[in-house]
Design a protein around this ligand. Structure first.
Ligand SMILES: NC(=O)c1ccc[n+]([C@@H]2O[C@H](COP(=O)([O-])OP(=O)(O)OC[C@H]3O[C@@H](n4cnc5c(N)ncnc54)[C@H](OP(=O)(O)O)[C@@H]3O)[C@@H](O)[C@H]2O)c1
Length: 238
């Protein structure tokens, strides 16, 4: 795939209108048939097949920022880059953003290492304003290691999104995990939802997510497509 799949061009061809000064938000994740996003105890599962994984990496190039919660950053140590795209294809790389009230992100995580080695963009860490000594120490260590610290009022989403917008993030791809998915859906701040459904069953001990029905009602089906053995379904806020 040397250019974005036509599915992405089609779904992003339809624009969303928002009134607030905030980035447009795409919430996206891969789930099993039984709606799990991770294995027992939060063990990372590679649910997406090759085709839908490449599609997700293309989708990353269509956003200014890519966000995960610190739970995902600690358990999966993600790179949030576009390494599955063919080499040499020009594209932009989103800024990795971690929601991390207490600055728990590891200073030697791949996001910070990639930045230090010139292989990734500077990670932004959104943390709460505090005078707690331990958190301030961790904040300083993260900053010294290369992260950009952005302070917020207890990571409340409307405020965080407003700040990100003021810093130039006009489009934000939110990749999870479970708590971040819940927060975004509950807050009604999801403009697009793109779910990859993999034909596997994880079982009741896997990690699921809950989607607030009232907020979900604001999203309507947009398109779906089979990619390899997966199915990708897109919803749009209208
Ligand atoms: N299948 C997929 O597509 C996919 C994608 C990503 C992750 N995952 C899986 O998801 C699991 C991790 O999920 P998780 O729920 O443990 O962690 P998470 O959602 O990644 O992160 C949750 C943490 O983020 C912090 N946070 C800061 N601001 C927040 C806000 N406004 N709302 C919610 N959280 C906020 C909180 O910690 P503080 O209070 O300390 O800040 C919270 O504990 C992993 O097992 C991972 O493999 C799956």
């Amino acid at each position: 795939m040397v250019k974005p799949p036509s599915f992405l061009s089609a779904i992003f061809g339809e624009d969303v209108k928002i009134k607030e000064e905030r980035p447009k938000v795409t919430l996206t994740f891969a789930q099993s048939l039984d709606a799990k996003i991770a294995g027992v105890g939060g063990k990372q599962l590679i649910l997406s097949g090759r085709e839908s994984m490449v599609m997700t990496h293309w989708m990353r190039t269509m956003h200014d920022g890519i966000m995960v919660g610190v739970g995902t950053a600690l358990s999966d140590d993600p790179q949030l880059n576009t390494r599955h795209l063919p080499a040499g294809v020009p594209h932009s790389l989103p800024i990795p953003i971690v929601m991390d009230r207490r600055c728990r992100l590891a200073v030697d995580c791949k996001l910070i290492r990639n930045y230090a080695e010139g292989k990734g963009r500077q990670p932004w860490v959104i943390c709460s304003k505090t005078d707690d000594g331990e958190i301030l120490e961790r904040k300083e260590r993260l900053e010294s290691a290369g992260a950009r610290i952005i302070e917020s009022d207890d990571n409340e989403l409307p405020g965080v999104l407003h700040t990100l917008h003021s810093l130039g993030i006009q489009s934000l791809m939110v990749e999870g995990g479970a708590q971040i998915i819940d927060s975004f859906v509950k807050s009604g701040l999801v403009d697009r939802l793109v779910v990859t459904v993999a034909p596997v069953v994880v079982g009741p001990l896997g990690i699921g997510y809950s989607l607030d029905p009232a907020s979900l009602a604001k999203l309507s089906f947009q398109a779906s497509e089979g990619m390899g053995i997966d199915h990708v379904i897109s919803f749009l806020s209208r």
